[in-house]
Ligand binder design. Structure first.
Ligand code: TNX
Length: 518
């Protein structure tokens, strides 16, 4: 064995990695379902081309995305070629094995040999997930936009992979502080690297209305004009929102839009006096308290409003879900709350969407397919399950990205908990709440509320690296997950995050390599 390693070392000359490779020891996050190593290397060189088989434009785009990632850092002119014959030695080869009947299937097989790298997937989304694996198998410098030396070597073997949960998301609150289209695209790029497939946008709240509704223009003109702390706020035009949706789609991520109702609606109540029971417009609000606002539940105009908003936004949203909020409606009478949520679910369904709502909506009669997002009250989540509904797991004590890491964290809040990297990683949705096993769980989502977060750098600091752990919970089966092993893999990701320019929290619970430490 030693002799083989030595002779390999000599033949590789100046290569950095001279020993036999071991694909099973690569620091992949999320950890794949199965990895088998064959001990050699595939090397991306100036001769490497990327082939794709068949007519799928989406598959071609995935091949293109890999090439676009490789070109700047390798400096190679990597071509995309439709495969007519067996791809030539040294190339990367994409093909689809599915017939399109199960579009939700994100599985892929990545076969890496000395001669080629082959990605076979049921759907283009699986191929896209495989590309993230490939990026993580290359040296971290692959993420830079300047040409590096390489060598661009990947350990050989076979990876068979698919997600444990079909919904793996992050939520971004653009209402408390507004974030630009460019910021949202950056978030999409980063979460796609960890194989998430949902970005939930919290588009409205007391402090701001952030999505243009053409039939109610004052929502953004007035309701979007400020934010927490009194800044200038902002909003997405419908065109910008569609641009985000498309950008996400190309990264195999769906956008879930949220209009939070009937509470958390001060921005709307300030924009249109008729939405208030007393017919008087409210003042704009720039504080951070919750629970004081409510739509006027028994007025007809309220449902004209709700219908228009859901209609316009559903038409711009190809994904299946529409999130109606429903949390902390402390100034809505309980019977009014039930009336409102039941009626609003019907409207969402009428426009062809499935309802998502915070766990409080399970205190009402859920319509077919509605999903409760468990954030605070386990009894609510259980009520959803009793009604035969699925639950999306976002327990605040584990997944809230606005919770401080520890008492010294300058940003964020701590009403639910301090959440260190291990707290966010080391739990299992399927055993967290007695009575809610895996069969009732749609997936996991980590929300970033932005009362205290104003810039993309701050956002990155709160999101990373905790989100990588949530991503692994959503993807990797619990039996394969282990904190001690994860900690080592995450440490290695420090260099990758750094290469991507991510401003992440350098927890002292992670053995970061020296090159990463500030
Ligand atoms: C609770 S989570 C809220 C949000 C706040 C968040 C701050 C939820 C459904 N409601 O309105 O932004 O806490 O951590």
């Amino acid at each position: 064995m030693a002799i083989i390693a030595l002779s390999l070392g000599i033949s590789l000359g100046s290569c950095k990695r001279q020993e036999a490779s071991d694909l099973t020891r690569e620091s992949l996050i999320p950890l794949p379902v199965s990895v088998a190593a064959t001990g050699e290397y595939f090397t991306i060189s100036e001769k490497t081309d990327i082939y794709f088989k068949g007519e799928s434009e989406e598959l071609k785009q995935v091949a293109q995305q890999l090439a676009d990632r490789l070109r700047p850092s390798t400096g190679f002119e990597i071509e995309i070629i439709q495969a007519s014959s067996e791809p030539k030695r040294g190339s990367i080869y994409f093909l689809l094995t599915g017939d399109g009947t199960n579009p939700a299937d994100e599985s892929y097989e990545l076969t890496i040999s000395k001669k080629f790298m082959k990605i076979s997937a049921v759907n283009p989304s699986g191929a896209f997930r495989a590309v993230q694996t490939i990026r993580q198998l290359l040296p971290p410098e692959i993420e830079l936009s300047t040409v590096g030396e390489g060598p661009w070597m990947v350990p050989t073997g076979i990876i068979n992979d698919n997600p444990d949960y079909s919904y793996r998301g992050m939520m971004l609150d653009v209402a408390r502080h507004f974030f630009s289209v460019e910021d949202v695209k950056r978030v999409i790029d980063l979460i796609s690297y960890y194989k998430l497939n949902v970005l939930h946008l919290h588009l409205t709240d007391d402090q701001g209305w952030r999505i243009e509704i053409k039939s109610w223009p004052n929502l953004t003109a007035h309701g979007g004009s400020t934010e927490v702390g009194g800044g200038e706020g902002g909003f997405f035009t419908q065109e910008q929102y569609s641009d985000i949706v498309k950008y996400a789609q190309q990264r195999h991520i769906i956008i879930v839009p949220e209009i939070d109702m009937p509470g958390h609606t001060n921005a709307a109540l300030a924009s249109y006096p008729e939405l208030n029971c007393d017919g008087k417009a409210r003042e704009l609000y720039t504080g951070i308290n919750v629970g004081f606002s409510s739509l006027c539940v028994r007025k007809d105009i309220t449902y004209k409003f709700v219908d228009d908003v859901i209609r316009e936004l559903s038409a711009l949203t190809p994904g299946p879900y529409f999130h109606i909020g429903g949390d902390e409606s402390h100034s809505t009478k309980p019977e009014d709350y039930v009336f409102f949520i039941e009626k609003t679910q019907e409207i969402v369904n009428k426009y062809g969407k499935t309802v998502l709502g915070w766990d409080e909506i399970a205190t009402t009669k859920l319509s077919e397919g509605s999903v409760a997002q468990y954030w605070a009250k386990a009894p609510n989540a259980l009520k959803a399950v009793e009604q035969g509904a699925k639950v999306l797991f976002s327990p605040a004590v584990k997944t809230y990205l606005d919770m401080q890491y520890d008492p010294s964290t300058k940003l964020g809040l701590h009403w639910a908990a301090y959440i260190e990297i291990d707290d966010a990683y080391d739990w299992d949705p399927a055993t967290l709440v007695e009575g809610i096993g895996k069969e009732f769980i749609l997936g996991v989502e980590a929300p970033l509320w932005t009362e205290t977060i104003t810039h993309i750098d701050e956002l990155e600091y709160m999101v990373f690296p905790r989100l990588a752990g949530i991503a692994e919970i959503g993807w990797t089966p619990p039996l394969k997950r282990d904190w001690v092993d994860y900690r080592e893999r995450l440490a290695k990701h420090g260099e990758r995050l750094k290469a991507m320019g991510v401003d992440f929290y350098q927890s002292d619970r992670i053995p970061w390599p020296e090159t990463v430490q500030k």
